[in-house]
Write a protein that binds this ligand. Structure first.
Ligand SMILES: [Zn+2]
Ligand SMILES: [Zn+2]
Length: 263
């Protein structure tokens, strides 16, 4: 199984997961045109995708779904709460391509087992995903206000994880965002800071995670080198050496990340 992000951050998110002939997108948060370009750059025919999994209805996760699903006849998977919340923006997704799953109920898309899990975020019914094939387990965990203990339990044992490292708290507090927006981001249903991401990264590394892609970095309130140094500092403090004990990379805002490949 292999995974890479195609876009990451508040301007749009999409992640590609491949296992044999099964190819999935998690989120499609930039225009369909840009997604198609990014997929073709990786020699992926968009028409060959097995589906699009949606984490939640925020526009940076769903912007391209409508056109991409209609143009290539792709099934879209989301829970009922997310379907209801994103309804006006996905009118062109054909009825046959609307797949609703139950909360906390795993299901298969061809070769890949999909396990949605709840995340603390200010959306209707937001989820992350654990994607499993054989002994290989990958996870998507972004848009989280804090490291909920249930999320940590779910992520334990995943070898490769796309983990949010959204902001530096100091940069956010001093930055020019309005007070209300700062409160939202810092809140329990906002986004994960570099420091919290680092604490979580260490716990995950200690429970077997071998590769982390730091994702959903804020353009305003973070710097790639700061996210990387904060998380790698937390790992090193816990005797986990990035580059040796764990593979640590940043997910670029625009363009494919490094490929995480296992199994
Ligand atoms: Zn969100
Ligand atoms: Zn987001």
């Amino acid at each position: 199984m292999e995974l890479c992000t195609l876009f990451s951050g508040s301007s749009g998110n999409a992640c590609l997961i491949r296992c044999g002939d099964t190819q999935l997108l998690v989120d499609a948060g930039v225009s369909a045109k840009r997604l198609v370009g990014a997929l073709r750059n990786l020699d992926v025919d968009p028409g060959e995708l097995s589906g699009i999994l949606v984490t939640h209805e925020h526009i940076d996760h769903i912007r391209g779904i409508d056109v991409l699903s209609k143009s290539y006849n792709l099934p879209v998977y989301a829970n009922e709460g997310t379907w209801a919340a994103m309804e006006p923006k996905v009118e062109r997704v054909a009825l046959r391509n609307r797949r609703a799953f139950q909360r906390a109920q795993d299901f298969y898309i061809r070769d890949i087992n999909v396990q949605p899990f709840s995340i603390p975020h200010d959306a209707a019914d937001p989820v992350g995903y654990v994607l499993t094939s054989g002994k290989c387990r990958f996870a998507m965990a972004t848009d989280m206000g804090y490291a909920h203990p249930d999320v940590l339990e779910t992520l334990k044992g995943c070898q490769g994880i796309v983990l949010e490292s959204n902001h530096d708290e100091e940069m956010l507090r001093r930055g020019k965002y309005p007070a209300r927006l700062k409160q939202r981001i810092l809140g329990r249903k906002g986004h994960l800071s570099n420091a919290t991401s680092g604490e979580l990264a260490l716990k995950l590394a200690q429970s077997g995670t071998r590769a982390l892609l730091l994702a959903h970095l804020s353009r305003e309130n973070n710097l790639p080198e700061l996210a990387f140094s904060t998380v790698s500092g937390c790992l090193s403090a816990g005797q986990v050496e990035p580059g040796k004990d764990i593979y640590l990379q940043l997910a670029p805002a625009d363009g494919a990340s490094a490929l995480i490949k296992m199994g």
